[in-house]
Design a protein around this ligand. Sequence first.
Ligand SMILES: Cc1cc2nc3c(=O)[nH]c(=O)nc-3n(C[C@H](O)[C@H](O)[C@H](O)COP(=O)(O)O)c2cc1C
Length: 433
Amino acid sequence: MTNGSVDRKGNLTKLTGRALFESIGSPTKIVAPMVDQSELAWRILSRRYGATLAYTPMFHAKLFATSEKYRKDMWCSIDGDKKVDRPLVVQFCANDPEYLLAAAKLVEDKCDAVDLNLGCPQGIARKGRYGSFLMEDWDLIFKLIRTLHDNLNVPVTAKIRVFPDREKTLKYAKMVLDAGAQFLTVHGRLREQKGQKTGLADWDIIRYLRENLPKETVFFANGNILYPEDISRCMNYIHCDGIMSAEGNLYNPGVFCADFDSNIEMSYPRVDKLLREYFDIVKSCEGSQASKIAMKSHFFKILRPFLPVHTDVRASLASMTAKTPFEEWDDKVVRPVEKIVQDIFKQPDIEEKDKVITGEIELWGGAYKTIPYWRCQPYFRPVNGVTGDKRIVETLKSKKCESESSNIDEEELKKRKAEEVLESKNQKKELKV
Ligand SMILES: Cc1cc2nc3c(=O)[nH]c(=O)nc-3n(C[C@H](O)[C@H](O)[C@H](O)COP(=O)(O)O)c2cc1C
């Protein structure tokens, strides 16, 4: 990879690969593209809590290029604004290079790169033939990426899922890079891992790709991030350039907090404070229809641990719509939550209660935590070996067995050494006697 593309006259036209990565501050904490969820207001909030790069939700390239209404619903004048919404990657799904280029041209001045979605596993993507349902059509993927690489003023990037076969995945990733992708994001799940079958992402295959792709590749890993600690654990394991998080970030934007040990207010923010902050941001994003529409769903996620306890708030929230005036949202949801949490903090033993407790290290390498319900926290289905991709769980189990048996060996050795020492001491004693 070079530092930039060269046009017909030999002029350097745009940054590529690592130069691009460095030009946007070498971001390591990345808000994933999320349909209806990584919109403007959420990106602004996430950056305040430590995200250093954000992706837009996936936009449908043909609709974006051809329907003004669709575009207005998805994108407004503040999206990609240099002061409030950068660095930013705009993601599209597509199966036609011309529509993809036409759509990307409409945003190229308002973003740092344009990403091609090659991971969406949903039924709608199967029907529309995009996302992960292009994984069998490498020629088309090559054309889509190359068209943007050759014709867009900003670089093109790609986000992929993995195949069950490592070597095939490696070949696939190389093809995506050869086509012109400047960042590669690897979501370590198969196309089949969705919904109830989501399960664990496979960090080993992500690591294998990282190790076997050219060193200069800008490489982001995606999957299995629940807590702030998981970010450094993943970086250290995979040696990637950055970590992308979707669900972890949705339920707790504090997942990107770097000083998680000392800063509970940033790593597990109070739901009342986060709600108010986010609500104020949505209000300030006038013109962002997408931010208004996504608000109810974000409220539900922020309040996920809180609502089962305060069901009256859940009922009020359920009755809200995107058309409900902000004052009503404030009266019926935001202020009641503030009142409840402020009362909780008046309890004399609140210091004792307001603690995050870390459990045992689990099969997947991290540890589940117990977090007070008035603080943002991840929502997850614990891994039980039944859901998701059994191969990964089996590999983890056998790894655990291996490490346990090697621990036993070490323990055994230590024991033997101690016995030897004792024996020789006893012998010496006997000699003295
Ligand atoms: C609500 C939601 C919407 C998503 N929308 C997109 C999308 O628009 N484009 C995309 O590439 N992936 C999308 N994804 C997948 C995520 O970007 C990510 O690859 C996946 O959730 C795994 O990351 P996680 O384990 O951090 O959740 C979405 C995920 C969620 C939860």
